[in-house]
Design a protein around this ligand. Structure first.
Ligand SMILES: [Zn+2]
Length: 250
């Protein structure tokens, strides 16, 4: 390790652990989302030894306070303190765990290059992971609401009320994914989908955070909405979010 790495400045920040992967024999790379520094990739040294105190703290979906030293390519974690062990609550439940994975993968993708929306993306993910850990709302609904709002925060706000092309007030029944939501009868291009009206209503509720309406939605609308959200996500990320396929839908 070069001594210049340690001459650099250190800083402290709250962070959500998005993902970890192994590095060498005993180290781990942790991908963090922070409110002020956006996405941060850091090396946690020695954490895979059983004696490491950092190890259990730096697991996916843990909310931590970390002390970081700036490096040339990666930061180095020198301390980590647990603030909320969301990872523990999520690991016990498959549906919540897989939903959290899909959220984290999306957050990682959306904040890879976009440093500007970091604070908003952090707040959104933190709220969603905390709600998943509480376990009082359907994980699939929380996931789809999170995905729509994360895309909106990244600059790709869909509309499920007014026509995305001409602005004519809804409700409209046709959805066009490349155009970003519902289209009126006059604007409707070939290839638009015609989901059930409850599905469009659910999508609008998930985007605006109208939970009383979302929680009252029928299973068929939830499944159909999930397919539209996945399509919209893939259209903008230009890649499949791999962890979405592990999420079980009711
Ligand atoms: Zn229109």
């Amino acid at each position: 390790m070069s001594p210049s790495l340690f001459a650099a400045k250190s800083y402290r920040t709250p962070a959500l652990v998005l993902r970890t992967h192994k590095l060498g024999e005993a180290d781990r790379i942790v991908v963090l989302l922070t409110p002020e520094h956006g996405q941060v990739r850091a090396v946690a040294k020695g954490v895979r030894r059983t004696s490491s105190k950092l190890g259990a703290t730096l697991e996916p979906f843990m909310f931590v306070d970390v002390q970081l030293v700036r490096g040339r390519t990666l930061e180095v974690v020198t301390q980590a303190q647990l603030r909320a062990p969301y990872g523990q609550a999520l690991a016990a439940d498959y549906a919540r765990y897989t939903s959290a994975h899909a959220m984290a993968e999306t957050a990682e993708r959306l904040t890879e290059t976009d440093g500007e929306s970091g604070a908003a993306q952090f707040r959104l993910l933190h709220g969603a992971v905390a709600a998943l850990a509480r376990g009082d709302t359907d994980p699939g609904l929380l996931l789809d609401s999170y995905l729509l709002r994360a895309l909106a925060t990244a600059g790709w706000a869909p509309s499920f009320t007014d026509c995305v092309r001409c602005g004519a007030p809804g409700p409209h029944t046709a959805v066009n994914i490349p155009l970003g939501g519902v289209v009126c009868h006059d604007c409707r291009p070939a290839g638009s989908q015609s989901p059930a009206p409850e599905t469009v209503g659910l999508l609008a509720a998930l985007l605006s955070g109208d939970w009383s309406r979302a929680n009252g939605s029928p299973p068929g609308a939830r499944r159909e909405a999930a397919g539209i959200v996945a399509g919209y996500l893939q259209w903008h990320l230009e890649r499949v979010v791999k962890s979405l396929k592990h999420v079980e839908r009711a």
